[in-house]
Ligand binder design. Structure first.
Ligand code: KG4
Ligand code: ZN
Length: 390
């Protein structure tokens, strides 16, 4: 089966083409991401209207690139007028996209695609809708079914993108129950995963989540107040790394919010405020000098809380596997500390390859394959900004 996957839930426009057999051995033929970082950086965060507009502009070129890389583009020698009016209706709120897609459909033959997999939530509503309407238009034009995918499940599915040996089933069978810590710019959740009854995929239960800011959001806000740019997770981690190689003594101390509470919830807004208040006491010269120390202590505080709660949940629910997912799973301190903690308790530890941590359509393709038997007609697919995994 060949899956075309589309991801537009936030500020990355992603299109991937995946070839996958019945056993789940997969080949990612292409996985193109067009980042909008430059557009949003001056604002220090994602501006939904600008993101929506950028998705409209980028989707067709990214699709073209992804199909070309997967060797799935053939120039047409006739003009297709089929379903033109329906496509116009589907994309009536996306005029820029309609124009680009019409040109594309007139130029290229239907590619060899069996399924379109699309992120329909959670995320920014205007962004989700562009992707969903794009998937609907393609589904209508090519007569291919749609598998709507939850963005959080797609992040989790990134852990099954084991391209080196292509082995999908082995890990999945041996590992349940799995506890997945999902840490992204919009979410921080601890999710318990078990095989669903009657072999119908995976059953997810959210056992804890953030009560305010997501972990990635806290990284981004701290980066912003230290003038490290947007998005800030990588920049904060890099500053922290520099601190660790040049100095061993931490001069600053921040709280570990909710680290000892009985539940599995998180709170990062107070931690961010603690950083803000500390920075307010400093001169700009002192901020510059202390930025690596501040980043190191902030990163350590986030990781301490995430690890403590994850490991307590792992014990309580007697899981066999601890898993990471989402953009913040690219954080090296988090990956290695959680690996150490999980393996120290003889648990399997799984984390996505770095290139699949942040938003991309490859992970949407994998989740789409999980739902290949639950496809929908394009008429029925809707975006759901507040979609939950359970
Ligand atoms: O999953 P993702 O790409 O988008 C959402 O679904 O939100 O996650 C993006 C988040 C951003 O907040 C970014 O700063 C954070 O992941 N991030 C990191 C690192 N790389 C990305 N946070 C900490 N350390 C990193 N190395
Ligand atoms: Zn994401």
């Amino acid at each position: 089966m060949i899956i075309l996957a589309i991801e537009t839930s936030c500020d990355d426009t992603g299109v991937a083409v995946m070839k996958i057999d019945e056993k789940g051995n997969c080949q990612l033929l292409s996985n193109i991401v067009s980042s909008q970082v430059k557009i949003h950086a001056p604002y220090g965060g994602v501006v939904p209207n600008l993101a929506q507009r950028a998705h409209q502009v980028n989707l067709v070129p990214v699709l073209e690139l992804a199909l070309r890389e997967a060797a799935e583009l053939r120039i047409m020698n006739y003009e297709s007028r089929e379903r033109k009016d329906k496509i116009k209706e589907i994309l009536k709120r996306e005029p820029v996209l309609l124009e680009k897609l019409s040109e594309f459909l007139n130029k290229y033959e239907k590619p060899n695609i069996d399924l379109i997999s699309i992120t329909y939530g959670p995320g920014l509503a205007p962004c989700l809708w562009v992707g969903v309407n794009f998937a609907k238009a393609l589904s209508c034009a090519w007569n291919v079914p749609i598998a709507p995918v939850n963005h959080i499940e797609a992040h989790i599915a990134a852990n099954w993108l084991v391209l080196s040996d292509g082995n999908y089933n082995q890990k999945r069978k041996s590992g349940f129950p799995i506890l997945c810590l999902v840490v992204s710019g919009g979410h921080t959740q601890l999710i318990l995963m078990n095989p669903a009854p009657r072999g119908c995929g995976i059953k997810y239960v959210i056992i804890g989540e953030t009560r305010d800011d997501a972990a990635g959001e806290a990284f981004d806000k701290v980066a912003k107040l230290l003038g490290l740019g947007y998005p800030g997770g990588m920049a904060v981690a890099e500053q922290a790394r520099q601190f660790k190689v040049t100095s061993s003594k931490l001069k600053v101390k921040f709280p570990r919010p909710m680290i000892n509470t009985d539940d599995f919830d998180f709170s990062f807004s107070g931690l961010k405020t603690a950083v803000l208040y500390f920075v307010k006491t400093l001169t700009s010269q002192e901020i510059k000098k202390l930025t690596p120390a501040i980043c190191a202590e902030f990163e350590q505080a986030v990781v301490d809380v995430l690890i403590k709660k994850t490991m307590r949940a792992a014990e309580k629910y007697s899981v066999k596997t601890v898993m990471l997912a989402g953009g913040v799973s690219a954080n090296n301190l988090l990956r290695e500390t959680l690996r150490y903690a999980a393996e120290g308790k003889a648990l399997q530890f799984i984390t996505p390859r770095i290139e699949f941590c942040s938003d991309n359509a490859g992970m949407v393709a994998m989740a789409g394959w999980w739902h290949r038997d639950k496809t929908e007609k394009w008429e029925d697919v809707m975006a759901e900004a507040n979609l939950r995994i359970n």
